[in-house]
Design a protein around this ligand. Structure first.
Ligand code: SPV
Ligand code: MG
Length: 288
C-alpha cells in the first residue's frame, strides 16, 4: 500500500472544461510519475511502450492481463488519469465486455480502442492494417458502454482508416458512426508527415464528441495549433521511451568506455531524486 494520498481527476472531467488535455506515453509507474510531474494532464498507457519494455513488437502479443497490470500500476502511482491503450479490445465483443469490467475494477477510467482486426500491428509498421467492419466495431463500442459501471468511465474510439490508406471521408464516416454508437471521443490516427489529413478531418467534423490525435509523425504541429483547429487531446505517445533509450545508451557507453561514471554524474539524476520518486520520506514516516 502506497501511503501517499492522491486526488484523482478523471479524463471526462478534464475534457469537460474545454481546455486542451495533453497526455504522454509510459509503460510503468515510474514513467507515469514523470509524465505527471512534467505537468501533463493524462498518462497514455501505450501498447507500443508496454511491448517495447518487454523487447517485443506491438503486435497483440501480450495478453489483456499484462496490459492491464501495467496500466493499473501506472494509475496507482498517479493522480492524473491513465488512458489505457487497449488495442482492438483483445478479441470479439465478449472480450471487449470483459476488458471494460476488468479495467474499471482495476481503477482505470479511460480506454482507447481501435477499429483494426485482432491481432493488430503497430500503426507505423508497413503492413496491411486490416480494419473491422464499421458495424462490427459499433457493436463493440455499444457493448463497452453497456457494461461500464462508473459514470466517469470514458471510451475513446480510434480509427485507423488513415493508417490503412483510406481517405479522410472514410475516417469521418467511421468516427460519426462510432460517436453514434456511444463513444465519448474519437481518436483519428495518421502517419502522414504533415497535419494536412488531420486538418481536413477536423474541417469535416461536427464536433459531436472530442477529437484526440497522436502527432508522432507530424511533430511540428504544436498542441496550441491543434487545439485552435478543434483538437481536444494530444498524445505524445512514445517520446519518453525514445528519450530513455537514447540517454541510457549514451550513459552506459560512456561508463563502459571510460571505466568510471565520473563523466556522466552531472547528466544523470542523483539518487536523492530516485528516493523522491519512490516516496521514500512518506514510507519512513509511516514506519516511525
Ligand atoms: C501506442 O503508443 O501504442 C499507440 C500509438 O497506439 S502508435 O504507436 O502510434 O500506434
Ligand atoms: Mg498502441
Amino acid at each position: 500500500m502506497a501511503p501517499r494520498v492522491r486526488t484523482r481527476t478523471s479524463l471526462r472531467a478534464a475534457l469537460s472544461t474545454g481546455a486542451l488535455v495533453r497526455a504522454a506515453g509510459a509503460h510503468n509507474a515510474l514513467g507515469a510519475s514523470l509524465v505527471e510531474q512534467a505537468g501533463f494532464e493524462a498518462v497514455w498507457a501505450s501498447s507500443f511502450e508496454t511491448s517495447a519494455a518487454r523487447c517485443l513488437p506491438d503486435a497483440s502479443l501480450l495478453t489483456m492481463s499484462e496490459y492491464l497490470e501495467a496500466a493499473a500500476q501506472m494509475q496507482a502511482a498517479c493522480s492524473v488519469p491513465v488512458v489505457a491503450d487497449v488495442d482492438t479490445g483483445y478479441g470479439g465483443v465478449l472480450n471487449v465486455a470483459h476488458m471494460v469490467r476488468e479495467y474499471e475494477a482495476a481503477g482505470i477510467t479511460a480506454v482507447a480502442m481501435e477499429d483494426k482486426v485482432f491481432p493488430k500491428m503497430n500503426s507505423f509498421v508497413a503492413t496491411e492494417h486490416a480494419l473491422l467492419d464499421t458495424a462490427e466495431f459499433q457493436h463493440r463500442l455499444r457493448t463497452a458502454k453497456e457494461v461500464q459501471t462508473g459514470a466517469e468511465f470514458f471510451l475513446i474510439a480510434r480509427t485507423e482508416a488513415l493508417i490503412n490508406g483510406l481517405g479522410t471521408e472514410e475516417a469521418l464516416h467511421r468516427c460519426r458512426a462510432y460517436a453514434e454508437a456511444g463513444a465519448d471521443a474519437v481518436l483519428v490516427h495518421s502517419k502522414a508527415r504533415t497535419p494536412a489529413q488531420i486538418q481536413e478531418f477536423l474541417r469535416g467534423w461536427d464536433r459531436r464528441v472530442p477529437v484526440v490525435i497522436v502527432p508522432t509523425t507530424y511533430p511540428d504541429w504544436s498542441a496550441d495549433e491543434a487545439h485552435a483547429a478543434g483538437v481536444s487531446m494530444v498524445i505524445y505517445a512514445n517520446q519518453a521511451l525514445r528519450a530513455n533509450v537514447q540517454s541510457v545508451r549514451q550513459t552506459l557507453r560512456t561508463i563502459y568506455q571510460k571505466g568510471s561514471s565520473t563523466g556522466v554524474e552531472h547528466d544523470i539524476a542523483p539518487v536523492s531524486e530516485i528516493f523522491e520518486l519512490q516516496g521514500l520520506a512518506q514510507w519512513m514516516e509511516l514506519e516511525a
